[in-house]
Design a protein around this ligand. Structure first.
Ligand code: UDP
Length: 238
């Protein structure tokens, strides 16, 4: 049987992946769909770390618009990621995938604290590790958390699974002639301000030579094809 191209991946999901049709809250069927996809990758014997955002629940900038302090609003966002992490853990465990949640913000009753070597040990034992609480610092994003944790655990690639099948030169929903890129360099993304991830996250990946693959989470095969080394989505590298 063909061998997967990657031994260890970091999967970045936006909080909206978990949302119901209105784009907010947590939907059990959605959580189960995601769990199904993750299970498929685990069955290929690939180690999986996951970072999930909180856009379905709260983003720091919503608080800022209400006049809150950014740091406070950002901490609320980080707490939201822990809720999403727990929802995803529940779905994964129900699908038969052993999972641990580690949080960058200590809350021992609900999640393990983030301890790098312990996370690596879980991954080696075949457990999926969900990294909650973002980086633990305000003024950052969960994309940056994914880039950071991916680097720390030595992931081969950071897969950003979204609702579009790659990176385009303009919004493909608004512009039918939008062109999809198959490959980009980190500098292309930074200089053209392409909507891949924020510049802090992209810079971190660039400095650590961590490739980023943007693909569609809801395409039944994209993730498994990517892991087998087929060309899908948009690859960002040097
Ligand atoms: N956040 C933060 N530090 C981090 C990660 C996240 O302050 O290291 C906050 C920030 O307010 C952000 C919110 O958590 O808006 C939710 O994360 P994000 O917007 O990245 O979620 P996504 O868009 O991926 O759903």
């Amino acid at each position: 049987m063909a061998k997967p191209k990657y031994d260890l991946i970091m999967l970045k999901l936006g909080g909206e992946a978990l949302a119901g049709p209105e784009g907010t809250g947590i939907s059990a069927p959605r959580a189960f769909d995601i769990a199904k996809r993750v299970k498929e990758i685990r069955e290929m014997d690939v180690q999986v770390g996951i970072v999930i955002g909180a856009g379905n629940l709260w983003r720091g900038k919503e608080g800022l618009e209400m006049g809150m302090d950014q740091a406070t609003a950002d901490y609320m966002g980080m707490l939201g990621t822990v809720m999403n992490a727990l929802a995803l853990m529940d779905a994964l465990e129900k699908a038969g995938v052993e999972t641990r949640v580690q949080s960058a913000i200590e809350m021992r009753a609900v999640a393990e604290p983030y301890i790098r070597r312990r996370a690596i040990r879980h991954l080696e034992k075949g457990r999926v590790v969900i990294f909650g609480g973002g980086t633990g610092n305000p003024y950052f994003s969960t994309d940056t958390a994914a880039a950071l944790r991916a680097t720390e655990i030595g992931a081969d690639i950071l897969i950003k699974a979204t609702k579009v099948d790659g990176v385009y030169d303009s919004d493909p929903n608004a512009n039918h002639g939008a062109k999809k890129y198959d490959r980009l360099t980190y500098l292309d993304v930074l200089q053209q301000r392409l909507a891949v991830m924020d510049s802090t996250a992209v810079s971190l990946c660039m400095e650590n030579k961590l490739p980023i693959l943007v693909l569609n989470l809801w395409d039944e095969q994209a993730l498994t094809k990517a892991i087998m080394g087929e060309e899908v989505g948009t690859l960002v590298s040097n």
